[in-house]
Design a protein around this ligand. Structure first.
Ligand code: ADP
Length: 499
């Protein structure tokens, strides 16, 4: 029986393909970075054909490098940068405009209009989202409003909309299958996360013809098979595509967070936190997002999501602007070289503060400096500041979910930092678990596909496959942790409402 699964991991800066065996071990990996397009300040685009070709190239390279034959491959799973919006011609597959990337702010005025129109509460209630230019709805509307003839053609059924999962599946199946999975759909601002259907009222409010929307489908089922005409993929023709999820949701699954109260945090440039909240839709009072985590075998799991805008970027800032360190790794030894922060706190509100503080006017602040403050104290304060922000985010998640977080599983570039992870465990008062295999996003997608294809039989298998490399347990006494957090909150007050 075929025992390998291919994950296509279509990210913001590169397309990757990773082949996993049934034990979750990587058999081969291929990656192709691609160009970012910045037509104006605040605008970000990708070429949809480049997304496709880099993805296909990675796929065929990873397959060839693995030395496997097509008979060894049970299925393909997809994970992708979420919210990025593509519109193409049904007949030819030609995109009518570049992909508008999730980071693109061009539709901020449209979002303002929706807010003024009093849509906030309704959108929050139906979609679990805040009104923001990140989400696909206003990006799609922008294309329809700005590409000549697009709206009329869309209304005639000539154009199709998709997020990147949809775009890849449509192309891989030779234009036969137009679907999106529930987790990606839940980031469009057009999707009702209670009924798991497109919302007619929201589509009307955004003036989007529903005939161009893909069919929402579960995260683990056969969507279609690889078309025999795909260039370079002839050998893989007929292999089923059986799973898809947006990158953060795939990482949540890939980290084995299958029970309520289990959470993951990715320590990258920013931090992305997600907590599994079980089968009911969570309602946030602190500005977190509620999303579909996944729907597997008819059961829907929801999650809460939040982010820290500046995490690893604080380390970059200390390296590139302040020249306090020459490499990111150095932060660990420097932070550990002093017994404590010396009373110094660094609030990295470079671009304001997100959940749960929500203050766009906050700015970066370094407080508590004395004549005795050293470079090590400042660097330590920088790392601690990341951990405090994650703690406050998770604190908000616990309140919204009405249940404590049981474990935090971590990944991302800065999760290799031993000091940061230990300090995080100390102030969160819960264990932090770092896995051996850090390709959690890709593995989540592979697992969704392999679960349907029979490589794995039960969602619990992912917990059995995942191996912890290290578990950091709280060592600091509760009173000290509480004192530090209280001082941190005082520092946050100083950073607020500045600009
Ligand atoms: P992204 O996917 O957002 O590009 P990565 O997951 O690749 O991010 O992580 C890179 C970030 O992690 C950078 O901002 C870098 O400063 C930070 N980083 C990398 N290694 C370390 C380390 N040892 N200690 C602290 N931060 C680190």
């Amino acid at each position: 029986m075929s025992q390998h699964v291919i994950a296509l991991d279509q990210g913001t800066t590169s397309s990757r393909a990773i082949i996993f065996d049934a034990n979750g071990k990587i058999a081969s990996l291929s990656q192709h970075p691609f160009a970012q397009i910045y037509p104006q300040p605040g605008w970000v685009e990708h070429d949809p054909m480049t997304i496709l070709y880099t993805q296909l190239e990675s796929l065929s390279e990873a397959f060839r490098a693995s030395g496997l034959s097509a008979a060894d491959i049970a299925a393909v799973g997809i994970t992708n940068q979420r919210e990025t919006t593509i519109v193409w011609e049904r007949e030819t597959g030609r995109p009518v405009y570049n992909a508008i990337v999730w980071q693109c702010r061009r539709t901020a005025p449209l979002c303002e209009e929706l807010r003024r129109g009093g849509w906030e509460e309704k959108i929050r209630e139906k979609t679990g989202l805040l009104i923001d230019a990140y989400f696909s709805g206003t990006k799609l509307r922008w294309i329809l409003d700005n590409v000549p003839g697009a709206r009329e053609r869309a209304e005639r059924g000539e154009l199709l909309f998709g997020t990147v999962d949809t775009w890849l599946i449509w192309n891989l199946t030779g234009g036969r299958v137009h679907v999106t999975d529930y987790s990606n759909a839940s980031r469009t601002m057009l999707f009702n996360i209670h009924t798991l259907q497109w919302d007619a009222e929201l589509c009307e409010a955004l003036n989007i013809p529903m005939c161009m929307l893909p069919k929402p489908v579960s995260n683990s089922e056969e969507y279609g098979t690889i078309d025999s005409h795909m260039p370079g993929l002839e050998e893989l023709s007929g292999i089923p595509i059986c799973g898809a999820a947006g990158d953060q949701q795939a990482a949540l699954l890939g980290q084995g967070c299958i029970y309520p109260g289990e959470a993951k945090n990715t320590y990258g440039t920013g931090c992305f936190s997600m907590m599994n909240t079980g089968t009911s839709v969570p309602v946030s009072r602190s500005g977190l997002l509620s999303c579909v985590a996944w729907n597997i075998r008819g059961k829907t799991n929801y999650c809460l999501e939040g982010s820290v805008f500046n995490a690893g970027s604080t380390v970059q800032w200390m390296r590139d602007e302040l020249h306090l360190i020459s490499s990111a790794e150095e932060t660990q030894t420097l932070a550990e070289s002093v017994p404590d922060n010396g009373g110094v706190y660094l609030v990295s509100a470079f671009t304001g503060l997100g959940a749960p503080y929500w203050d766009m006017y906050a700015r970066g602040t370094l407080v508590g400096i004395t004549r005795g403050t050293t470079r090590a104290h400042v660097v330590r304060a920088g790392l601690e500041g990341i951990a405090y922000q994650v703690r406050d985010l998770i604190d908000a998640m616990e309140k919204d979910a009405g249940a404590p977080m049981r474990i935090l599983r971590v990944d991302g570039g800065a999760s290799v930092n031993r000091f940061l992870m230990q300090f995080q465990a100390d102030i969160l008062r819960c264990p932090i678990d770092r896995p051996v295999m850090v390709e959690t996003t890709a593995f989540g997608a592979a697992f969704l596909a392999g679960l349907h294809a029979g490589v794995w039989s039960d969602i619990g298998d992912i917990v059995r496959i995942r191996e912890s490399a290290h578990i950091f347990r709280p060592k600091m006494d509760a009173e000290s942790a509480q004192h530090l957090c209280a001082r941190w909150h005082k520092a946050v007050e100083r950073a607020r409402d500045w600009e």
